[in-house]
Write a protein that binds this ligand. Structure first.
Ligand code: SF4
Length: 193
């Protein structure tokens, strides 16, 4: 659909409400299962909780999805993939950070290779817990519904905590090896020449 036609339909034909209604009830999250949080998403979609009642239908590939559910730790290596795939997804697209690890690093907060999801892609809803329960995941989707409707909240914003005092001191650079007697003689000879 061309941009001009889209603008016409949204503004002049006032289809924005219908469009948002359609998006709200067609949230297709793809699992980005990087750690243990992923098992709770299986429960969320199973008959007991049945997230499909809110239009949440798990999907297989990110390029055909409109929600990324980041389930667990994101390492530096994985961060590049997350960003790349996020950019390939069609608009409108949303990101949910599930679990303490995705939100602020969780157990691995001071690890050398963990990054917070919101430093890589914009996060729409944070889901607290380790792991979050299926009820918490469904609540996050309801919050996303509210956001799409234009009535956001109630959100849980993770606190920005300065953790630097708790970090171990940076490693000292390795000491230079003492020159060997033969090297010393060479250096002295070079200095004398
Ligand atoms: S938040 Fe807890 S359950 Fe989820 S990935 Fe981290 S350690 Fe695993």
């Amino acid at each position: 659909m061309s941009q001009a036609l889209k603008e016409f339909l949204m503004k002049k034909a006032k289809l924005e409400k219908v469009f948002k209604w359609g998006v709200r009830w067609s949230l297709w999250p793809v699992h980005l299962v990087t750690s243990c949080c992923g098992v709770e998403v299986a429960h969320t979609s199973a008959p007991g909780f049945d997230a499909e009642r809110w239009g949440v239908l798990p999907f297989h590939t990110m390029r055909q999805s409109n929600v990324i559910l980041v389930e667990g730790t994101i390492t530096r290596k994985m961060a590049r993939v997350l960003r790349q795939v996020y950019e390939q997804m069609p608009e409108p697209k949303y990101v949910l950070a599930m679990g303490a690890c995705a939100v602020r690093g969780g157990l691995f907060w001071n690890s050398y290779h963990i990054v917070q999801v919101d430093t890589i892609v914009p996060v729409d809803v944070y889901i607290a817990g380790c792991p979050p329960t299926p009820e918490a995941v469904i609540r996050a989707f309801i919050m996303l519904h509210n956001k799409i409707k234009g009535k956001p909240g109630p959100y849980i914003e993770p606190a920005k905590v300065d953790l630097t005092p708790y970090l171990p001191p940076p490693p000292k650079p390795p000491a230079k090896p003492a020159p060997q007697p033969q090297q010393q003689q060479q250096q002295q000879a070079q200095a004398a020449a």
